[in-house]
Design a protein around this ligand. Structure first.
Ligand code: KG4
Length: 336
């Protein structure tokens, strides 16, 4: 089955062409960093408008890369939620319109399902598995029973992990999105230099909270600035490395706890923060120690992309059939 998939939940416009959940023929991603950079975060209205101008060329480029026309497409799928409603509406309506005009079946899918299933394009982890989704909008742990059965075990109570990276980057005067910049300068720092707090919440809780950590970094930066007016390069590197380590400690230990609590021997991670090299390395080491199989997609399949939506759409369509013509987008996930 040739699938055209569209992702527009936040600030990336992406269109992919895949064959089932097996082969990526095109995965075109158009980011909006330059639009939002000066604001230090995504401005929803600007994001929607940028999707509107990007969507047609992005879809055209995906078709051209795959050497296909719409006549070759058997299924259209698009992100239905969660995300920014104005952004979602652009990709979702565009996909629905093509489906109506060309008479191609359409299915709307959950963005989180995409992140949890992206790994299937490269690997074959056995079900059930524990999935950690750590992105700009979500930090969640799911029990993935099959390609269409998800149980939500833990979620963020305040800032998502990626949001914490972005906010700490802003405090340190780094560009948006902050994750890749923090991880780059952290390479020159000492992760043990500053003992930032790790919030584990109640005993055995699988929920996350990163806002206290963000505030603690802010207070630390203010204290250093009061003492010597500006952060030196080594101050910045140590803050970045110590902050990153605090996030990694919480994400790895809670995800492994979820696997132990549910007697599951496979962990998959996804979402933009899982592109972080130190996080990937720590998960590999900790899972190996515990005899847990660990899978993470290539970085391009960790951040928002259309190919992961194709995988989720393929499985949802096979099990439940097409979406209703009057289906609407949603900003909060009800998955699991
Ligand atoms: O999954 P994604 O592309 O979009 C959302 O669905 O939110 O994730 C974007 C988030 C941003 O917060 C970005 O700072 C973070 O992922 N990110 C990283 C890295 N690359 C992207 N965070 C830490 N280290 C990275 N290397």
């Amino acid at each position: 089955m040739n699938i055209l998939a569209i992702e527009s939940s936040c600030d990336d416009t992406s269109a992919a062409i895949t064959i089932d959940d097996k082969k990526i023929l095109a995965n075109v991603i158009s980011g909006q960093e330059e639009v939002h950079n000066c604001f230090g975060g995504v401005v929803p209205e600007l994001a929607s408008r940028s999707h509107l101008s990007a969507i047609q060329p992005v879809v055209a480029k995906a078709l051209a890369t795959a050497n296909m026309s719409l006549d070759d497409i058997d299924l259209i799928t698009a992100t239905q939620g969660p995300g920014l409603s104005g952004s979602l509406l652009v990709g979702f309506s565009y996909a629905k319109a093509i489906s109506q005009v060309k008479n191609i079946p359409f299915v709307g899918v959950d963005h989180m399902a995409g992140h949890m299933l992206a790994v299937l394009l490269e690997d074959k982890p056995e079900f059930p598995y524990i999935a950690l989704i750590c992105s700009g909008g979500n930090s969640s742990i799911f029990l993935v029973k099959s390609t269409t059965d998800f149980v939500h075990l833990g979620r963020t109570r305040d800032d998502a992990a990626g949001e914490a990276f972005d906010k700490v980057a802003k405090i340190m005067g780094l560009p948006y999105p902050g994750g890749p910049h923090i991880s780059r300068i952290a390479m020159d720092g000492d992760p043990e230099a500053i003992r930032f707090p790790r919030s584990f919440l109640e005993k055995d809780s699988l929920d996350f909270s990163f806002s206290g950590l963000k505030t603690s970094v802010m207070n630390y930066c203010n204290k250093v600035k009061q003492q010597k007016s500006n952060l030196s390069e080594i101050d910045k590197a140590n803050i970045a490395a110590s902050f990153q380590q605090a996030v990694i400690d919480v994400l790895t230990s809670k995800t492994i706890l979820a696997a132990v609590q549910n007697e599951i021997s496979t962990i998959v991670i996804g979402g933009g923060v899982s592109a972080n090299k130190e996080l990937r390395k720590t998960f590999e080491q900790e899972c190996q120690k515990k005899g847990i199989n660990f899978f993470v997609p290539s970085p391009v399949l960790c951040t928002d992309n259309g190919a992961m939506i194709a995988v989720a759409g393929f499985h949802k369509f096979n099990r439940f059939g097409p979406s209703e013509a009057d289906d609407d987008v949603y900003s909060r996930s009800t998955l699991g």
